[in-house]
Design a binder for this molecule. Structure first.
Ligand code: UDP
Ligand code: MN
Length: 331
């Protein structure tokens, strides 16, 4: 005279399945940005030199690695990581003027990137890049006549170098060094960004690598290095210090020659085997900096992605990346 009780267990499982499905949907929809915000909870490590009085650097004058205690301000091999507050911009400026430097800035503007980005890049570089130093811009393009005529300050020149519009534009970036030998130090910077704050001689060194804004807080073994052992860019398990961004790198002309030769060799070798490294020339750049440690690292302030949102330690972004529009721009 009474019905058997409803299958409670089934009801429970059903409810749990619905929750699980909602959870997965929510994670797919909102999860990645949320993970990004949780990333700030991962400690970056502390510079052991931060307790020492002052670190010196030939280009920035005295450095204070203790000035930003919540981030890593030097590497295990003793290279400074330049954050806002760890250097005095006026002293850096004086040191550079005394050394009577000419700083080169190479930039590629091929295809639609020329009209889309180059003018703003150069205009904002005039406002913020190595102000008070002698500067030579080296613009690489297949259409020199289309390069915008941006008014330049005293002591600043622009040279246009024609490059053939190669089918595989990634390879082009390795031709950068051919022309840039007029300068003592050179920075190689992607065009799809603009300067937003002082980018001065504190960024110079014998070799300079840029901490990637999307990866600077990730655990080392999750970094997106090339892991396929067949590639010349491969890093083994446990290898790799930081993930560096190919959108900004630099150094002396001799150091950059070594770097570009290494990357060109790796790209060629991979191609001969029918391979392409995970992040193209950036993978080879990361391999190079693993083998030949950079003398200086730039904090993500020197190449920041506004999509990441606000971060307490990013006080003064100096260069801001434009959002990606691959479909529109690449052909
Ligand atoms: N580039 C270019 N024309 C192109 C593709 C790339 O001039 O059609 C240059 C440009 O300087 C650009 C850089 O190569 O900033 C890197 O390419 P992209 O920005 O597309 O790469 P990602 O942002 O994915 O690293
Ligand atoms: Mn880009």
């Amino acid at each position: 005279h009474f019905h058997s009780p409803p299958p409670r267990a089934w009801k429970k499982i059903f409810r749990q399945l619905i929750l699980l499905a909602l959870g997965i949907l929510g994670l797919l929809r909102f999860g990645l940005p949320v993970l990004r915000h949780l990333e700030v909870l991962l400690p970056m490590g502390v510079c052991p030199l931060a307790r020492m009085p002052l670190l010196r650097d030939n280009f920035s004058g005295p450095l204070d690695p203790g000035a930003q205690p919540e981030v890593l301000t030097c590497t295990s091999w003793g290279a400074p990581i330049i954050w806002d507050g760890t250097f005095d911009p006026d002293v850096a400026q004086q040191e550079a003027v005394q050394r009577n430097l000419t700083v080169g800035l190479t930039v590629f503007a091929v295809g639609r990137y020329l009209e889309k980005y180059l003018e703003r890049f150069l205009e904002t570089a005039e406002q913020h890049f190595m102000v008070g130093q002698r500067v030579v811009y080296y613009v690489f393009t297949e259409r020199p006549a289309a390069v915008p005529r941006v008014p330049l300050g005293p002591g600043r020149r622009l040279r246009v170098e024609r490059v053939a519009r190669e089918r595989r534009w990634q390879d082009l970036s390795m031709a950068r060094m051919r022309a840039a030998s007029g300068a003592r130090f050179v920075l190689c910077i992607d065009v799809d960004q603009h300067f937003s704050g002082a980018f001065g001689p504190e960024a110079l060194a014998e070799s300079v690598a840029q901490l990637h804004a999307w990866h600077y807080r990730w655990p080392r073994r999750l970094l997106p290095f090339e892991r396929d052992a067949r590639s010349a860019a491969a890093l083994g398990p446990g290898e790799g210090d930081f993930y560096y961004h190919a959108a900004v790198f630099g150094g002396s002309v001799a150091a950059l020659r070594r770097l570009t030769a290494h990357c060109a060799r790796g790209l060629r070798r991979d191609r001969a085997r029918g391979l392409e490294a995970r992040w193209h020339d950036e993978s080879h750049l990361n391999k190079f900096f693993w083998l030949h440690k950079p003398a200086k690292l730039l904090s993500p302030e020197f190449c920041w992605s506004p999509e990441i949102g606000r971060r307490a330690e990013i006080r003064r972004p100096r260069l801001l990346r434009a959002p990606k529009e691959y479909a529109l721009l690449r052909s």
